[in-house]
Design a protein around this ligand. Structure first.
Ligand code: FAD
Length: 556
Protein backbone atom coordinates (compact mmCIF):
# COMPACT_ATOMS: atom_id res chain seq x y z
CA UNK A 1 0.00 0.00 0.00
CA UNK A 2 1.37 3.38 -1.00
CA UNK A 3 0.67 6.44 1.14
CA UNK A 4 0.36 9.89 -0.48
CA UNK A 5 0.68 12.81 1.98
CA UNK A 6 -0.37 16.43 1.54
CA UNK A 7 -2.66 15.98 -1.46
CA UNK A 8 -4.59 19.27 -1.79
CA UNK A 9 -7.94 19.85 -3.47
CA UNK A 10 -10.34 22.82 -3.40
CA UNK A 11 -13.47 22.66 -1.21
CA UNK A 12 -16.35 21.23 -3.26
CA UNK A 13 -14.19 18.76 -5.20
CA UNK A 14 -15.57 15.32 -6.12
CA UNK A 15 -14.26 11.85 -5.21
CA UNK A 16 -13.40 11.37 -8.92
CA UNK A 17 -11.23 14.46 -8.84
CA UNK A 18 -9.50 13.09 -5.74
CA UNK A 19 -8.82 9.78 -7.45
CA UNK A 20 -7.59 11.54 -10.61
CA UNK A 21 -5.27 13.74 -8.50
CA UNK A 22 -3.86 10.65 -6.76
CA UNK A 23 -3.15 8.92 -10.08
CA UNK A 24 -1.44 12.08 -11.32
CA UNK A 25 0.73 12.25 -8.16
CA UNK A 26 1.77 8.62 -8.73
CA UNK A 27 2.29 9.26 -12.47
CA UNK A 28 0.03 6.32 -13.34
CA UNK A 29 -3.25 5.74 -15.21
CA UNK A 30 -6.33 5.77 -12.97
CA UNK A 31 -7.00 2.25 -14.29
CA UNK A 32 -3.75 1.13 -12.57
CA UNK A 33 -5.19 2.07 -9.18
CA UNK A 34 -6.71 -0.98 -7.40
CA UNK A 35 -8.08 0.82 -4.35
CA UNK A 36 -7.95 4.13 -2.51
CA UNK A 37 -8.65 4.86 1.16
CA UNK A 38 -8.78 8.26 2.83
CA UNK A 39 -6.45 8.09 5.82
CA UNK A 40 -6.73 11.68 6.93
CA UNK A 41 -8.60 14.75 5.75
CA UNK A 42 -8.17 18.25 7.17
CA UNK A 43 -9.32 21.67 6.06
CA UNK A 44 -6.52 24.22 5.47
CA UNK A 45 -8.23 27.53 6.28
CA UNK A 46 -4.98 29.50 6.49
CA UNK A 47 -5.01 30.42 2.84
CA UNK A 48 -7.88 31.26 0.41
CA UNK A 49 -9.36 29.61 -1.54
CA UNK A 50 -9.87 27.00 1.20
CA UNK A 51 -8.46 23.56 0.49
CA UNK A 52 -8.83 20.05 1.85
CA UNK A 53 -5.52 18.32 2.55
CA UNK A 54 -5.54 14.53 2.22
CA UNK A 55 -3.44 11.59 3.26
CA UNK A 56 -4.43 8.69 0.99
CA UNK A 57 -3.57 4.99 1.06
CA UNK A 58 -3.56 3.65 -2.49
CA UNK A 59 -3.25 0.10 -3.80
CA UNK A 60 -1.69 0.03 -7.32
CA UNK A 61 -0.46 -2.43 -9.91
CA UNK A 62 3.36 -2.90 -10.02
CA UNK A 63 3.78 -1.08 -6.66
CA UNK A 64 7.59 -1.51 -6.47
CA UNK A 65 8.07 -0.12 -9.97
CA UNK A 66 5.83 2.89 -9.26
CA UNK A 67 7.72 3.70 -6.05
CA UNK A 68 11.17 3.33 -7.62
CA UNK A 69 10.18 5.79 -10.37
CA UNK A 70 8.97 8.44 -7.87
CA UNK A 71 11.42 10.39 -5.68
CA UNK A 72 9.02 12.30 -3.42
CA UNK A 73 8.99 12.52 0.38
CA UNK A 74 5.21 12.75 0.16
CA UNK A 75 4.89 9.30 -1.37
CA UNK A 76 6.03 6.22 0.52
CA UNK A 77 5.10 2.69 1.56
CA UNK A 78 2.67 2.41 4.48
CA UNK A 79 4.59 1.12 7.50
CA UNK A 80 1.86 1.07 10.06
CA UNK A 81 1.26 -1.97 12.31
CA UNK A 82 -2.25 -2.85 13.42
CA UNK A 83 -3.13 -2.65 17.12
CA UNK A 84 -2.78 -5.98 19.00
CA UNK A 85 -4.26 -6.83 22.42
CA UNK A 86 -1.59 -8.56 24.54
CA UNK A 87 -1.44 -12.29 25.33
CA UNK A 88 -3.02 -13.50 28.57
CA UNK A 89 -0.85 -13.68 31.70
CA UNK A 90 -0.49 -16.72 33.96
CA UNK A 91 -2.45 -15.49 36.99
CA UNK A 92 -5.76 -17.18 37.90
CA UNK A 93 -8.74 -14.98 38.79
CA UNK A 94 -11.12 -16.27 41.48
CA UNK A 95 -13.71 -13.59 40.72
CA UNK A 96 -14.75 -11.47 37.75
CA UNK A 97 -13.08 -8.07 37.30
CA UNK A 98 -15.29 -5.21 38.53
CA UNK A 99 -15.30 -1.85 36.73
CA UNK A 100 -16.84 1.19 38.42
CA UNK A 101 -18.16 3.65 35.84
CA UNK A 102 -19.52 3.24 32.31
CA UNK A 103 -17.92 6.37 30.86
CA UNK A 104 -15.45 6.01 27.95
CA UNK A 105 -12.70 4.69 30.27
CA UNK A 106 -14.89 2.06 31.96
CA UNK A 107 -16.79 1.10 28.80
CA UNK A 108 -13.71 0.57 26.60
CA UNK A 109 -11.95 -1.31 29.41
CA UNK A 110 -15.01 -3.55 29.82
CA UNK A 111 -15.38 -4.11 26.07
CA UNK A 112 -11.75 -5.21 25.64
CA UNK A 113 -11.95 -7.51 28.68
CA UNK A 114 -15.31 -8.96 27.59
CA UNK A 115 -13.95 -9.69 24.10
CA UNK A 116 -11.06 -11.54 25.72
CA UNK A 117 -13.30 -13.68 27.93
CA UNK A 118 -13.05 -11.94 31.34
CA UNK A 119 -16.85 -11.35 31.70
CA UNK A 120 -16.43 -8.09 33.63
CA UNK A 121 -19.12 -6.57 35.89
CA UNK A 122 -19.66 -2.84 35.35
CA UNK A 123 -21.29 -0.80 38.12
CA UNK A 124 -22.91 2.47 37.04
CA UNK A 125 -24.80 4.68 39.49
CA UNK A 126 -26.76 6.33 36.71
CA UNK A 127 -29.39 5.10 34.28
CA UNK A 128 -29.01 3.44 30.92
CA UNK A 129 -28.64 5.94 28.07
CA UNK A 130 -32.23 6.35 26.83
CA UNK A 131 -33.78 6.61 30.33
CA UNK A 132 -30.96 9.00 31.25
CA UNK A 133 -31.77 11.15 28.21
CA UNK A 134 -35.35 11.57 29.51
CA UNK A 135 -34.10 12.37 33.01
CA UNK A 136 -31.66 14.98 31.67
CA UNK A 137 -34.23 16.62 29.41
CA UNK A 138 -36.70 16.74 32.29
CA UNK A 139 -33.98 18.44 34.41
CA UNK A 140 -33.35 21.01 31.68
CA UNK A 141 -37.09 21.70 31.44
CA UNK A 142 -38.00 21.74 35.14
CA UNK A 143 -34.75 22.04 37.12
CA UNK A 144 -35.58 18.74 38.89
CA UNK A 145 -32.09 17.21 39.36
CA UNK A 146 -31.38 13.48 39.83
CA UNK A 147 -28.01 13.41 41.69
CA UNK A 148 -27.13 9.97 40.34
CA UNK A 149 -28.35 10.27 36.74
CA UNK A 150 -27.65 13.55 34.94
CA UNK A 151 -25.24 15.13 32.41
CA UNK A 152 -22.26 13.83 34.41
CA UNK A 153 -23.52 10.42 35.54
CA UNK A 154 -25.09 7.50 33.68
CA UNK A 155 -24.45 5.16 30.76
CA UNK A 156 -21.60 6.51 28.63
CA UNK A 157 -20.47 8.83 31.41
CA UNK A 158 -19.97 12.58 31.01
CA UNK A 159 -19.21 12.13 27.35
CA UNK A 160 -22.72 11.10 26.29
CA UNK A 161 -24.24 14.58 26.47
CA UNK A 162 -21.41 16.30 24.73
CA UNK A 163 -20.16 17.65 21.43
CA UNK A 164 -18.53 14.28 21.13
CA UNK A 165 -15.27 15.75 19.89
CA UNK A 166 -12.91 12.81 19.50
CA UNK A 167 -9.63 14.53 18.80
CA UNK A 168 -6.93 14.22 21.45
CA UNK A 169 -3.41 15.57 21.91
CA UNK A 170 -2.25 12.42 23.72
CA UNK A 171 0.88 10.85 22.15
CA UNK A 172 -0.12 7.58 20.52
CA UNK A 173 2.86 5.51 19.32
CA UNK A 174 0.84 2.26 19.51
CA UNK A 175 -2.23 3.39 17.57
CA UNK A 176 -4.55 3.19 20.60
CA UNK A 177 -6.32 6.36 19.45
CA UNK A 178 -7.08 4.76 16.11
CA UNK A 179 -8.27 1.62 17.90
CA UNK A 180 -10.72 3.76 19.88
CA UNK A 181 -12.10 5.28 16.66
CA UNK A 182 -12.36 1.82 15.07
CA UNK A 183 -14.32 0.55 18.08
CA UNK A 184 -16.65 3.55 17.81
CA UNK A 185 -17.21 2.73 14.10
CA UNK A 186 -17.88 -0.96 14.96
CA UNK A 187 -20.53 0.34 17.38
CA UNK A 188 -22.25 2.41 14.71
CA UNK A 189 -20.27 5.66 14.39
CA UNK A 190 -19.84 7.03 10.83
CA UNK A 191 -16.61 6.00 9.00
CA UNK A 192 -15.58 9.63 8.58
CA UNK A 193 -14.37 9.73 12.17
CA UNK A 194 -11.50 7.48 11.07
CA UNK A 195 -10.05 10.15 8.79
CA UNK A 196 -11.50 13.54 9.74
CA UNK A 197 -8.84 15.73 11.35
CA UNK A 198 -11.25 16.83 14.05
CA UNK A 199 -13.79 13.99 14.28
CA UNK A 200 -16.92 14.47 16.35
CA UNK A 201 -20.04 12.42 17.06
CA UNK A 202 -22.66 14.63 18.70
CA UNK A 203 -25.00 13.54 21.47
CA UNK A 204 -27.66 12.19 19.13
CA UNK A 205 -25.24 9.49 17.85
CA UNK A 206 -23.46 8.80 21.15
CA UNK A 207 -26.57 7.44 22.88
CA UNK A 208 -26.96 4.60 20.35
CA UNK A 209 -23.22 3.92 20.22
CA UNK A 210 -22.75 3.40 23.99
CA UNK A 211 -25.86 1.21 24.04
CA UNK A 212 -24.40 -0.94 21.24
CA UNK A 213 -21.15 -1.38 23.17
CA UNK A 214 -23.01 -2.31 26.35
CA UNK A 215 -25.08 -4.92 24.50
CA UNK A 216 -21.91 -6.47 23.10
CA UNK A 217 -20.36 -6.64 26.59
CA UNK A 218 -23.52 -8.38 27.87
CA UNK A 219 -23.61 -10.76 24.90
CA UNK A 220 -20.03 -11.79 25.76
CA UNK A 221 -21.01 -12.67 29.35
CA UNK A 222 -20.24 -9.31 30.95
CA UNK A 223 -22.83 -7.48 33.04
CA UNK A 224 -23.60 -3.76 33.28
CA UNK A 225 -25.63 -2.90 36.39
CA UNK A 226 -27.33 0.50 36.35
CA UNK A 227 -28.42 2.46 39.38
CA UNK A 228 -25.76 0.75 41.52
CA UNK A 229 -23.32 3.04 43.33
CA UNK A 230 -20.04 1.68 44.65
CA UNK A 231 -19.85 3.09 48.19
CA UNK A 232 -16.80 1.39 49.58
CA UNK A 233 -13.68 -0.55 48.58
CA UNK A 234 -12.98 -3.54 50.82
CA UNK A 235 -9.22 -3.90 51.32
CA UNK A 236 -7.44 -6.64 53.27
CA UNK A 237 -3.69 -6.65 53.89
CA UNK A 238 -3.13 -3.95 51.25
CA UNK A 239 -5.10 -5.84 48.60
CA UNK A 240 -8.56 -5.30 47.14
CA UNK A 241 -11.02 -7.99 48.29
CA UNK A 242 -14.27 -6.53 46.98
CA UNK A 243 -16.65 -3.59 46.91
CA UNK A 244 -19.76 -2.48 48.79
CA UNK A 245 -22.63 -1.31 46.60
CA UNK A 246 -25.83 0.62 47.24
CA UNK A 247 -28.80 0.91 44.90
CA UNK A 248 -28.71 4.58 43.92
CA UNK A 249 -31.96 4.75 41.97
CA UNK A 250 -35.46 3.60 42.83
CA UNK A 251 -36.00 -0.05 41.83
CA UNK A 252 -32.35 -0.46 40.86
CA UNK A 253 -31.87 -3.73 42.64
CA UNK A 254 -30.50 -5.81 39.83
CA UNK A 255 -32.68 -8.90 39.57
CA UNK A 256 -34.84 -7.59 36.76
CA UNK A 257 -31.73 -7.38 34.68
CA UNK A 258 -32.07 -11.12 34.30
CA UNK A 259 -28.94 -12.09 36.07
CA UNK A 260 -28.24 -15.76 35.69
CA UNK A 261 -26.36 -16.07 38.92
CA UNK A 262 -26.25 -14.14 42.12
CA UNK A 263 -23.42 -11.61 41.84
CA UNK A 264 -22.44 -11.59 45.45
CA UNK A 265 -24.62 -11.46 48.51
CA UNK A 266 -27.15 -9.27 46.78
CA UNK A 267 -30.07 -11.66 47.27
CA UNK A 268 -29.07 -12.29 50.88
CA UNK A 269 -28.92 -8.47 51.40
CA UNK A 270 -32.38 -8.17 49.86
CA UNK A 271 -33.89 -10.92 52.00
CA UNK A 272 -32.41 -9.25 55.08
CA UNK A 273 -33.70 -5.92 53.76
CA UNK A 274 -30.19 -4.58 53.99
CA UNK A 275 -29.53 -1.47 51.83
CA UNK A 276 -26.05 -2.36 50.66
CA UNK A 277 -24.61 -5.53 49.19
CA UNK A 278 -21.09 -6.76 48.47
CA UNK A 279 -19.29 -8.10 45.46
CA UNK A 280 -16.02 -9.96 45.80
CA UNK A 281 -13.22 -9.26 43.37
CA UNK A 282 -9.44 -9.06 43.30
CA UNK A 283 -9.43 -6.74 40.28
CA UNK A 284 -11.19 -3.38 40.65
CA UNK A 285 -11.05 -0.70 37.94
CA UNK A 286 -11.97 2.79 39.17
CA UNK A 287 -13.21 4.68 36.10
CA UNK A 288 -15.32 7.14 38.08
CA UNK A 289 -14.87 10.43 36.19
CA UNK A 290 -14.05 13.95 37.43
CA UNK A 291 -17.34 14.56 39.24
CA UNK A 292 -17.50 11.52 41.57
CA UNK A 293 -17.01 13.65 44.67
CA UNK A 294 -18.64 11.24 47.15
CA UNK A 295 -16.35 8.52 45.92
CA UNK A 296 -13.25 10.76 46.15
CA UNK A 297 -14.18 11.49 49.80
CA UNK A 298 -14.58 7.77 50.51
CA UNK A 299 -11.21 7.02 48.87
CA UNK A 300 -9.53 9.76 50.88
CA UNK A 301 -11.04 8.44 54.15
CA UNK A 302 -9.93 4.95 53.14
CA UNK A 303 -6.37 6.22 52.75
CA UNK A 304 -6.17 5.32 49.06
CA UNK A 305 -3.05 7.22 47.85
CA UNK A 306 -4.15 10.34 45.99
CA UNK A 307 -2.87 13.86 45.37
CA UNK A 308 -4.22 17.28 44.38
CA UNK A 309 -4.22 18.10 40.64
CA UNK A 310 -4.43 21.51 38.97
CA UNK A 311 -7.54 22.24 36.90
CA UNK A 312 -9.18 25.26 35.30
CA UNK A 313 -12.42 27.21 35.80
CA UNK A 314 -14.24 29.91 33.92
CA UNK A 315 -17.29 30.88 31.92
CA UNK A 316 -18.92 29.63 28.75
CA UNK A 317 -19.07 32.23 26.01
CA UNK A 318 -21.45 32.44 23.02
CA UNK A 319 -21.01 34.21 19.68
CA UNK A 320 -23.04 33.99 16.45
CA UNK A 321 -21.71 30.95 14.55
CA UNK A 322 -21.78 33.00 11.34
CA UNK A 323 -19.32 35.50 12.90
CA UNK A 324 -16.93 32.63 13.66
CA UNK A 325 -17.37 31.17 10.15
CA UNK A 326 -16.48 34.56 8.64
CA UNK A 327 -13.39 34.89 10.79
CA UNK A 328 -12.16 31.33 10.11
CA UNK A 329 -13.24 30.83 6.50
CA UNK A 330 -13.46 34.37 5.11
CA UNK A 331 -16.61 36.24 4.02
CA UNK A 332 -17.44 34.34 0.83
CA UNK A 333 -16.94 30.83 2.23
CA UNK A 334 -18.51 27.77 0.53
CA UNK A 335 -21.78 26.95 2.33
CA UNK A 336 -21.04 23.20 2.40
CA UNK A 337 -18.30 23.81 4.97
CA UNK A 338 -19.05 22.64 8.54
CA UNK A 339 -19.60 25.13 11.37
CA UNK A 340 -16.14 26.58 12.05
CA UNK A 341 -14.21 25.97 15.26
CA UNK A 342 -11.60 28.12 17.00
CA UNK A 343 -8.90 27.78 19.62
CA UNK A 344 -7.68 30.95 21.33
CA UNK A 345 -5.33 31.65 24.20
CA UNK A 346 -4.04 34.84 25.83
CA UNK A 347 -1.70 35.60 28.69
CA UNK A 348 -2.67 38.37 31.07
CA UNK A 349 -0.30 41.08 32.29
CA UNK A 350 0.14 39.02 35.47
CA UNK A 351 1.11 36.01 33.37
CA UNK A 352 -2.04 33.94 33.80
CA UNK A 353 -3.15 31.85 30.81
CA UNK A 354 -6.77 32.31 29.66
CA UNK A 355 -7.80 29.91 26.91
CA UNK A 356 -10.74 28.41 25.08
CA UNK A 357 -11.72 24.82 25.96
CA UNK A 358 -14.21 22.28 24.63
CA UNK A 359 -15.39 24.58 21.85
CA UNK A 360 -18.81 23.56 20.48
CA UNK A 361 -19.55 24.86 16.95
CA UNK A 362 -23.28 25.24 16.36
CA UNK A 363 -23.83 23.93 19.89
CA UNK A 364 -25.58 24.58 23.17
CA UNK A 365 -24.57 25.62 26.65
CA UNK A 366 -25.94 22.96 29.01
CA UNK A 367 -26.75 22.77 32.69
CA UNK A 368 -24.32 20.00 33.66
CA UNK A 369 -24.94 20.04 37.41
CA UNK A 370 -24.88 16.89 39.51
CA UNK A 371 -25.39 18.26 43.04
CA UNK A 372 -28.40 20.06 44.54
CA UNK A 373 -27.80 23.76 45.21
CA UNK A 374 -24.69 23.80 43.00
CA UNK A 375 -24.66 24.81 39.35
CA UNK A 376 -22.09 23.78 36.76
CA UNK A 377 -22.32 24.26 33.00
CA UNK A 378 -20.68 22.70 29.94
CA UNK A 379 -21.26 22.59 26.18
CA UNK A 380 -22.70 20.07 23.75
CA UNK A 381 -23.89 19.79 20.21
CA UNK A 382 -25.71 17.42 17.93
CA UNK A 383 -24.07 15.65 14.99
CA UNK A 384 -25.26 18.42 12.60
CA UNK A 385 -23.77 21.26 14.68
CA UNK A 386 -26.45 23.48 13.20
CA UNK A 387 -27.20 25.67 16.23
CA UNK A 388 -27.09 29.45 15.57
CA UNK A 389 -24.33 30.08 18.13
CA UNK A 390 -20.78 28.93 18.65
CA UNK A 391 -19.83 28.43 22.27
CA UNK A 392 -16.70 27.60 24.19
CA UNK A 393 -15.47 27.60 27.75
CA UNK A 394 -13.08 30.47 28.43
CA UNK A 395 -11.05 29.29 31.39
CA UNK A 396 -8.08 30.06 33.60
CA UNK A 397 -5.94 27.51 35.39
CA UNK A 398 -6.26 27.50 39.19
CA UNK A 399 -3.84 26.13 41.73
CA UNK A 400 -3.71 25.61 45.52
CA UNK A 401 -3.07 29.34 46.04
CA UNK A 402 -6.40 30.08 44.38
CA UNK A 403 -8.35 27.53 46.29
CA UNK A 404 -6.48 28.06 49.53
CA UNK A 405 -5.90 24.59 50.87
CA UNK A 406 -3.24 21.96 50.52
CA UNK A 407 -5.36 18.96 51.47
CA UNK A 408 -6.25 16.52 48.69
CA UNK A 409 -9.89 17.53 48.42
CA UNK A 410 -9.30 21.32 48.53
CA UNK A 411 -9.90 21.59 44.79
CA UNK A 412 -13.30 19.92 45.11
CA UNK A 413 -14.24 22.34 47.90
CA UNK A 414 -13.26 25.26 45.64
CA UNK A 415 -15.35 23.89 42.75
CA UNK A 416 -18.31 23.52 45.13
CA UNK A 417 -17.94 27.11 46.38
CA UNK A 418 -18.02 28.45 42.81
CA UNK A 419 -20.99 26.25 41.94
CA UNK A 420 -22.91 27.41 45.03
CA UNK A 421 -22.30 31.04 44.03
CA UNK A 422 -23.43 30.27 40.48
CA UNK A 423 -26.58 28.61 41.85
CA UNK A 424 -27.29 31.70 43.98
CA UNK A 425 -26.46 34.14 41.14
CA UNK A 426 -29.25 32.62 39.04
CA UNK A 427 -31.43 31.38 41.87
CA UNK A 428 -31.07 27.85 40.57
CA UNK A 429 -31.10 28.88 36.88
CA UNK A 430 -28.00 29.39 34.73
CA UNK A 431 -26.74 32.95 35.41
CA UNK A 432 -26.04 34.97 32.23
CA UNK A 433 -24.17 38.28 31.83
CA UNK A 434 -23.07 40.15 28.70
CA UNK A 435 -19.32 40.65 28.29
CA UNK A 436 -19.60 44.44 28.50
CA UNK A 437 -21.43 44.23 31.83
CA UNK A 438 -19.03 41.56 33.11
CA UNK A 439 -16.12 43.93 32.40
CA UNK A 440 -17.94 46.83 34.10
CA UNK A 441 -19.12 44.58 36.95
CA UNK A 442 -22.72 45.55 36.19
CA UNK A 443 -25.84 43.33 36.13
CA UNK A 444 -27.21 42.77 32.60
CA UNK A 445 -30.81 43.78 32.00
CA UNK A 446 -31.33 42.90 28.33
CA UNK A 447 -29.67 40.97 25.52
CA UNK A 448 -27.92 42.52 22.55
CA UNK A 449 -28.05 40.80 19.15
CA UNK A 450 -27.08 37.38 20.48
CA UNK A 451 -29.91 35.12 21.72
CA UNK A 452 -28.42 32.46 24.05
CA UNK A 453 -28.62 28.77 22.99
CA UNK A 454 -28.94 27.12 26.39
CA UNK A 455 -30.28 23.75 27.47
CA UNK A 456 -31.68 24.42 30.96
CA UNK A 457 -33.36 27.46 32.39
CA UNK A 458 -31.33 30.71 32.44
CA UNK A 459 -31.68 34.22 33.85
CA UNK A 460 -29.58 37.39 34.11
CA UNK A 461 -27.17 37.10 37.05
CA UNK A 462 -23.86 38.29 38.45
CA UNK A 463 -21.47 35.90 36.66
CA UNK A 464 -18.44 38.04 37.57
CA UNK A 465 -19.33 37.73 41.27
CA UNK A 466 -18.99 33.95 41.11
CA UNK A 467 -15.19 34.26 40.91
CA UNK A 468 -12.58 35.60 43.32
CA UNK A 469 -11.65 39.01 41.88
CA UNK A 470 -8.15 38.01 40.58
CA UNK A 471 -9.79 35.25 38.48
CA UNK A 472 -12.59 37.57 37.26
CA UNK A 473 -9.94 40.14 36.34
CA UNK A 474 -7.87 37.56 34.45
CA UNK A 475 -10.92 36.24 32.55
CA UNK A 476 -11.98 39.76 31.53
CA UNK A 477 -8.49 40.69 30.39
CA UNK A 478 -7.90 37.39 28.57
CA UNK A 479 -11.25 37.40 26.74
CA UNK A 480 -10.77 41.03 25.68
CA UNK A 481 -7.30 40.12 24.41
CA UNK A 482 -8.80 37.37 22.23
CA UNK A 483 -10.58 40.15 20.34
CA UNK A 484 -7.24 40.63 18.56
CA UNK A 485 -7.28 37.00 17.38
CA UNK A 486 -10.90 36.81 16.17
CA UNK A 487 -12.71 39.96 15.04
CA UNK A 488 -15.71 40.58 17.31
CA UNK A 489 -14.70 38.01 19.89
CA UNK A 490 -14.77 40.75 22.55
CA UNK A 491 -18.05 42.30 21.37
CA UNK A 492 -19.90 43.82 24.33
CA UNK A 493 -23.05 41.73 23.74
CA UNK A 494 -21.23 38.39 23.75
CA UNK A 495 -23.11 36.12 26.16
CA UNK A 496 -21.31 34.70 29.22
CA UNK A 497 -22.75 31.95 31.45
CA UNK A 498 -21.41 30.49 34.66
CA UNK A 499 -19.80 28.42 35.99
CA UNK A 500 -17.56 26.10 33.98
CA UNK A 501 -15.97 24.25 36.92
CA UNK A 502 -15.61 20.63 35.76
CA UNK A 503 -12.89 20.96 33.14
CA UNK A 504 -10.82 18.11 34.53
CA UNK A 505 -10.31 16.13 37.73
CA UNK A 506 -9.14 18.08 40.79
CA UNK A 507 -7.40 14.95 42.16
CA UNK A 508 -5.10 12.20 40.89
CA UNK A 509 -5.38 8.65 42.27
CA UNK A 510 -1.80 7.38 42.33
CA UNK A 511 -0.77 4.37 40.24
CA UNK A 512 2.43 2.77 38.97
CA UNK A 513 3.45 1.94 35.44
CA UNK A 514 1.26 -1.16 35.57
CA UNK A 515 -1.59 1.30 36.14
CA UNK A 516 -2.04 -0.21 39.62
CA UNK A 517 -2.49 1.70 42.86
CA UNK A 518 -0.17 0.90 45.78
CA UNK A 519 -3.33 -0.92 46.94
CA UNK A 520 -2.92 -4.18 45.03
CA UNK A 521 -5.70 -5.05 42.60
CA UNK A 522 -6.90 -1.43 42.35
CA UNK A 523 -6.61 0.14 38.89
CA UNK A 524 -7.42 3.88 38.82
CA UNK A 525 -8.33 4.83 35.24
CA UNK A 526 -9.56 7.64 33.01
CA UNK A 527 -10.30 11.30 33.71
CA UNK A 528 -11.45 10.95 37.31
CA UNK A 529 -8.21 9.22 38.26
CA UNK A 530 -6.32 12.12 36.71
CA UNK A 531 -4.87 10.28 33.69
CA UNK A 532 -7.05 11.52 30.84
CA UNK A 533 -8.90 14.56 29.60
CA UNK A 534 -11.60 13.97 27.03
CA UNK A 535 -13.49 11.06 25.48
CA UNK A 536 -10.73 9.54 23.35
CA UNK A 537 -7.92 9.83 25.89
CA UNK A 538 -10.20 8.34 28.58
CA UNK A 539 -11.09 5.45 26.27
CA UNK A 540 -7.38 4.94 25.48
CA UNK A 541 -6.63 4.78 29.20
CA UNK A 542 -9.44 2.23 29.59
CA UNK A 543 -7.86 0.02 26.91
CA UNK A 544 -4.41 0.39 28.52
CA UNK A 545 -5.88 -0.75 31.86
CA UNK A 546 -7.53 -3.76 30.19
CA UNK A 547 -4.14 -4.63 28.67
CA UNK A 548 -2.47 -4.59 32.11
CA UNK A 549 -5.16 -6.88 33.56
CA UNK A 550 -4.91 -9.16 30.53
CA UNK A 551 -1.13 -9.38 30.77
CA UNK A 552 -1.42 -10.55 34.34
CA UNK A 553 -4.41 -12.93 34.36
CA UNK A 554 -5.94 -15.79 32.43
CA UNK A 555 -9.50 -15.23 31.20
CA UNK A 556 -12.11 -16.85 33.44
C1 FAD B 1 -21.31 18.26 28.78
C2 FAD B 1 -19.96 17.69 28.51
C3 FAD B 1 -19.43 17.81 27.24
C4 FAD B 1 -18.18 17.26 26.95
N1 FAD B 1 -17.72 17.33 25.66
C5 FAD B 1 -16.62 16.63 25.33
C6 FAD B 1 -16.22 16.53 23.97
O1 FAD B 1 -16.86 17.04 23.08
N2 FAD B 1 -15.08 15.83 23.69
C7 FAD B 1 -14.32 15.25 24.67
O2 FAD B 1 -13.31 14.63 24.35
N3 FAD B 1 -14.68 15.33 25.98
C8 FAD B 1 -15.82 15.99 26.31
N4 FAD B 1 -16.21 16.04 27.62
C9 FAD B 1 -15.34 15.39 28.63
C10 FAD B 1 -15.54 13.88 28.55
O3 FAD B 1 -16.88 13.62 28.62
C11 FAD B 1 -14.77 13.21 29.68
O4 FAD B 1 -13.43 13.56 29.57
C12 FAD B 1 -14.90 11.69 29.61
O5 FAD B 1 -16.24 11.32 29.60
C13 FAD B 1 -14.15 11.06 30.79
O6 FAD B 1 -14.40 9.70 30.74
P1 FAD B 1 -14.29 8.76 32.04
O7 FAD B 1 -14.76 7.42 31.58
O8 FAD B 1 -12.95 8.89 32.63
O9 FAD B 1 -15.31 9.38 33.11
P2 FAD B 1 -16.85 9.75 32.96
O10 FAD B 1 -17.26 9.86 31.55
O11 FAD B 1 -17.06 10.92 33.82
O12 FAD B 1 -17.63 8.47 33.56
C14 FAD B 1 -17.57 8.14 34.90
C15 FAD B 1 -18.82 7.31 35.22
O13 FAD B 1 -18.59 6.69 36.50
C16 FAD B 1 -19.80 6.68 37.20
N5 FAD B 1 -19.49 6.60 38.64
C17 FAD B 1 -18.70 7.47 39.34
N6 FAD B 1 -18.60 7.06 40.63
C18 FAD B 1 -19.36 5.93 40.73
C19 FAD B 1 -19.66 5.04 41.82
N7 FAD B 1 -19.16 5.23 43.03
N8 FAD B 1 -20.47 3.97 41.58
C20 FAD B 1 -20.99 3.75 40.33
N9 FAD B 1 -20.74 4.57 39.26
C21 FAD B 1 -19.93 5.64 39.46
C22 FAD B 1 -20.46 8.01 36.84
O14 FAD B 1 -21.85 7.94 37.07
C23 FAD B 1 -20.09 8.15 35.35
O15 FAD B 1 -21.11 7.65 34.53
C24 FAD B 1 -17.44 16.60 27.96
C25 FAD B 1 -17.95 16.50 29.26
C26 FAD B 1 -19.21 17.03 29.54
C27 FAD B 1 -19.76 16.91 30.92
Amino acid sequence: MIRIDQLKLPVGHTLQELSRKAAKALKIQESDMLGMKIRKRSLDARRKPLQYVYVLDVKVKREGQVLRRLRSPQIHLVQESAYAFPKAGEGKLKNRPVIVGSGPAGLFCALMLARAGYAPVVLEQGEEARKRQETVEQFWRTGKLCPHSNVQFGEGGAGTFSDGKLNTLVKDPRGLGRKVLELFVEAGAPDQILYENKPHLGTDLLVGIVEHMRKEIEALGGQVLFGQQMTEICVERGRVRGVRIRPALPGARGLEQGQACSLGNEREAEEQGREEWELETEVLVLAIGHSARDTFSMLEKKGIPMEQKAFAVGVRMEHPQEMINFSQYGEKYPKELPAAAYKVTRHTALGRGVYSFCMCPGGYVVNASSEAGRLAINGMSYQARDGRNANSAMIVTVDPQDFGGTDILAGIRFQRQLEERAWQAGNGKIPVQLLGDFLRDKQSRQLGEIEPCIRGEWTFGDVRGIFPEPLAQALGEGITGCGRLIAGFDRQDAVLSGVESRTSSPVRILRDKCQESPVKGLFPCGEGAGYAGGITSAAMDGIRTAEKIRSRYQPL
